[in-house]
Design a protein around this ligand. Structure first.
Ligand SMILES: C[S@@+](CC[C@H](N)C(=O)[O-])C[C@H]1O[C@@H](n2cnc3c(N)ncnc32)[C@H](O)[C@@H]1O
Length: 241
């Protein structure tokens, strides 16, 4: 994972060569034993196979759920897990390529007894988004995405027209794209990109709406760090038309 003042490691050459490369870090420090076990044993049971995604995403879960929400880049899973706990009739799909984040989230969600309502993709969320049926999600969360502050890296930012097309395709009308970031230039960028997209409407009702986290916001690890370091988070909710 990254912080706004340092760039994630560049991807290996073969990834650069793909049409759309993934640029984040995939590995960090060595995993603890429980985390390695979670990656080896629990992840295969909870993994979503993009080649075999059911048309009705509720069929991914062995328990009844009314809706399915997705989070891209969940880090250590703090938001995903707290949001799953607070929404007992929702199934969750989380994507996170960074192995240390995935391991931490697996251990925590298992302890929280959420195995039946969370499915995971240990890779770039884009191919998974492309595999989902149209209008199959009620919410898509992108929280504290890598900010890519240097101009030559702006094209790596997740919020871009092509990814907005993907999010728009998988959200049902009335569904929500929820975004948070502490990096003001990325917030401005994201707002401009989304407002230029015909599928989304910003739900803000008052001028300083962006400063207020939505109801039930549990925070994330990156948010804690941002606040500690004096940056101001912004929270944006866009509704799919
Ligand atoms: C700055 S961290 C924020 C983590 C977490 N959302 C939080 O707020 O604590 C950004 C995360 O997005 C993940 N990420 C970056 N690009 C991604 C992609 N294309 N698909 C899925 N995850 C991605 C990174 O691995 C990293 O863990």
């Amino acid at each position: 994972m990254t912080d706004p003042t340092s760039e994630p490691n560049d991807a290996p050459a073969e990834a650069e060569a793909r049409d759309r490369a993934f640029y984040g870090r995939r590995k960090g420090k060595a995993l603890r034993l429980g985390q390695a076990t979670a990656i080896g044993e629990l992840l295969p049971r909870l993994a979503v196979d993009p080649a075999a995604v059911p048309t009705d995403l509720r069929d991914l879960f062995p328990v009844p759920v009314d809706d399915v929400w997705m989070e891209s880049g969940f880090g250590g899973g703090e938001h995903l897990i707290e949001t799953a706990k607070a929404n007992a009739r929702v199934g969750f799909i989380g994507a996170e390529p960074f192995v240390n984040g995935m391991a931490k989230a697996l251990v925590a969600l298992h302890e929280a007894e959420l195995d039946a309502r969370v499915r995971l993709h240990h890779a770039d969320s884009v191919p998974l988004l492309d595999a989902l049926a149209p209008a199959s999600l009620g919410r898509f969360y992108l929280l504290y995405p890598d900010p890519w502050p240097k101009k030559r890296h702006w094209k790596r930012r997740f919020v871009q027209k092509d990814n907005l097309d993907r999010i728009a395709r998988v959200l049902r009308p009335g569904g929500e794209f929820r975004f948070a970031s502490d990096w003001a230039p990325y917030v401005d960028w994201a707002l401009a990109e989304v407002l230029a997209h015909p599928a989304f409407v910003w739900t803000a009702e008052v001028a300083d709406d962006w400063r207020r986290p939505w109801a039930g916001w549990p925070g994330t690890r990156y948010e804690e760090k941002a606040i500690r370091e004096g940056r101001t988070p912004a929270y944006l909710i866009f509704r799919r038309r």
